[in-house]
Design a protein around this ligand. Sequence first.
Ligand code: NAP
Length: 311
Amino acid sequence: MNNSVRNVVILGSGCSGLTAAIYAARANLKPLVIEGHEPGGQLSITTLVENFPGFPDGIQGPELIENMKKQAARFGAEYQMAHLVNADFTKRPFVLNFGDKQLLARTLIVASGASARWLGIPSEQALIGHGVSSCATCDGFFFSGKDIVVIGGGDSAMEEALFLTRFANKVTIIHRRESFRASKIMLERARQHPKIEFLTNTVVVDVHDVKKKEVTGLRLRNLKSGAEWDFPSSAMFLGIGHEPNAKWANGQLETDPDGYLLTRNYVFTKVPGVFASGDVQDRRYRQAISAAGTGCMAAMEAEKFLEEEGR
Ligand code: NAP
């Protein structure tokens, strides 16, 4: 990393950041893509993607990301692994701090995404993509006719469970408390559904079977009685929320109460020259194609901004 001023820095190498990179690179802006802790973003931990237009037989998430990366590189996009610690938007060009290194940017596209929350137990982590998933839309289809579980007690868990009833034989919602954060209407919909059952005051202590590389069941614990038992299941879907990756902005960009960046006209933040795209500013759709769409918009706006500045 050197101190020359970059026209466009793109924070994040998921679907949104890479789409922004393709557009900015084709505009001859030589964008620099910063790949953080989760290079490739959420698609890189998905298996088959069947809802991205243009792939009638589907495409593996990591392959889709690799293709996008190559496509942007072909037009001059560059990549660096780094972790943004903080940024100073009061200065022009903007100063981006990566620990002991700095970068200067005339425009910044924030496409740092949102990370699914996980339980954090080792067997869960080992089985991601093998029956453990945080995306019902992506992976639900693979569990047709199976008994599966959804973890969580908020709207995401209810939504995932309701969606998964299209495929699964039975969906059990496992929640650590008696009362739910989910809105009444969503909770009621789930409660009324003949394929959905609930287990409350219950947590997952282990996921079987790491050796077989597939989910065969869960070890559960009732938090009131302390009792533990094995619960057969073919999949575990996490619906315990997402964390937008925008803490580094440290109040310089507007966020909603949960930390998602607020944008106007799709991709404009309150700082001229700083644009945001993808899941870091989208808590509603959270799809690869919608993230790609706003990535495209952000790059086009960055180009326009530079042009208006006479660059
Ligand atoms: P949320 O409301 O924060 O709910 C997260 C749920 O996961 C909570 O029930 C929480 O349990 C549980 N949880 C968190 N960490 C856990 C852990 N380590 N182990 C076990 N359980 C854990 O998140 P969300 O459901 O993603 O919703 C976020 C926001 O998006 C909400 O405002 C929601 O209304 C909105 N949303 C709306 C819709 C819709 O309207 N269609 C759909 C999805 C999301 P506790 O309750 O015990 O903390």
